[in-house]
Design a protein around this ligand. Sequence first.
Ligand code: 16G
Length: 251
Amino acid sequence: MSMTVEAAPGQKLYLAVVDALRREIETGRFAETQLLPAERELCTLLDVSRTTLRKAIADLIAEGVLFHRHGAGTFIHRATPRVDQPSSRLTSFTEDMQLRGLEASSRELERGVFLPTPEEAMMLGVRPNERVFRLGRLRLADGSPMAIEHAAVPLRYLPESDSVGASLYEALSVRGFKPARGLQRLRATLISNAEAELLGVAPDSPALFIQRIAYLADGSCVEFTKSWYRADAYDFVSELTLSPPVRKARR
Ligand code: 16G
């Protein structure tokens, strides 16, 4: 087992060590134990001095790739899966994760039947006295927190609030109310303290704030959801096609 370290012209040797270690970590070299070999062993492997190795490790710790556990060694942070979401498809979180081979799970934050907030009433097009089912969840992918979601559904589509299991869309589709079309808008935001704690990120970390309104085929509104997705874990990908040229009207 050897790891070749070669500094590019003008590159500091320790930075070449940073690159080499990062490469090895990314290819899963230490994945089994998530632990870096002992310092002496690494120095031999890389053929560098202790000082150089320590500098490189300090850099990777600052970056969050590695961390020290006192008396136990230097460990590799289990990477948070980064997820690409094609933004043109109307899929559920459960489906999104399945497509990527990740296991979706949730921690429930709120569930119940309430009178709609003025915003919910407007977005869902329900009367102010028409109750809605509300579900707040921390959504996880392979055990890593990804997003916080607060969904509201008019009660006529989900009369029994305990009927929703792991997937909201699954529960709706069982009742024949699977969303057929959606409208979504997203913007960048910073995560507040309480939400940052749930998502396992530092307060004021960047997030994507997404609002989705989903409709049934007949045009009625079935869902209004607000979500905060971790910006470091979620990519939105849009497929862009060239629209057919607009013909000028003949005079
Ligand atoms: C997605 C939707 C959310 C929907 C949820 C249902 C976005 C931004 N949001 O997370 O509106 O309520 O899926 O997921 O994509 P579920 O069926 O797994 O509960």
